[in-house]
Design a protein. Structure first.
Length: 256
């Protein structure tokens, strides 16, 4: 059984190599690249790039998706967020400062994919995603209001506050898959971005769940406010389900 410690060891191993860090930087600059596109940036063989990408995939730092005949590689900054929450907030050694800087760079890029493993059941995870009070504990104090039926509306707002997000539940398949459209309303700049799509996919793995959140239908160069908070949200979700505690890193209690 793969433990949390094993996953963290894999992340540190992946980040230890400069070529792998450069691969992450390349995906930071342009997400969703093919192997051929990534290979062009390096003076090593195609096989060498494939080996490095495999290590990054095993660490959860890179995820892949098929688009027709192409295999695209996407940056997943969630493991960096988890390492940051576990270590950087406690220590001030130079390596920790460097890791914090890497976390910040990777959380910026229109499709964005985020993956995380959480020790919980699919039913408990589904409840945490759809229950208004629980949602507020890890998503910046945002409560979600909906009956979660296909075609129904949902609204997001801090307790007693103004409406900050709205959308439609397109697909509802508990406790496996939830697809929603979403329109951000907390500022004129994000309102102008229009509607994007969020897909939650839950896969049971042993005593844990593999959660994938895909935020897509974003325009090229979309405002980072729309998707930049996902690593912290998912880190907070994991913390709540596994420990019952509220994550208190900067920004996590924005509206509480």
């Amino acid at each position: 059984m793969v433990t949390y410690s094993d996953r963290m060891d894999a992340v540190f191993k992946a980040l230890a190599d400069p070529i792998r860090r450069e691969l992450l930087d390349q995906l930071f600059r342009e997400d969703g690249q093919t192997l051929s596109a990534l290979e062009a940036h390096f003076e090593i063989t195609r096989f060498g790039v494939m080996k490095h990408l495999k290590i990054l995939e095993e660490a959860g730092l890179v995820v892949t998706r098929r688009r027709g005949r192409e295999k695209l590689h996407f940056l997943n900054p969630v493991p960096i967020r988890l390492v940051h929450d576990r270590w950087v907030s406690k220590y001030s050694e130079p390596w920790a400062a460097a890791l914090s800087d890497l976390k910040s760079r990777l959380e910026s890029p229109m499709e964005k994919i985020f993956e995380i493993y959480i020790k919980t059941t699919p039913e408990q995870l589904w409840e945490a995603i759809t229950h208004s009070e629980i949602r507020g504990k890890y998503q910046f104090g945002m409560h979600i209001k909906s009956d979660f039926t296909p075609g129904s509306r949902f609204e997001m707002a801090p307790g007693g506050g103004d409406l900050l997000g709205e959308g439609e539940n397109v697909e509802v398949d508990p406790p496996r898959r939830l697809v929603q459209t979403m329109r951000a309303l907390w500022g004129e700049d994000v309102k102008a971005e229009g509607t994007s799509r969020i897909t939650w996919e839950i896969e049971p793995v042993g005593d844990s769940c593999h959660l994938t959140v895909t935020h897509d239908q974003l325009r090229e160069g979309a405002n980072e406010q729309l998707y930049g908070g996902w690593p912290m949200i998912l880190s907070g979700l994991k913390t709540w389900l596994e420990t019952g505690q509220i994550l208190t890193t900067p920004g996590s209690l924005m509206y509480t």
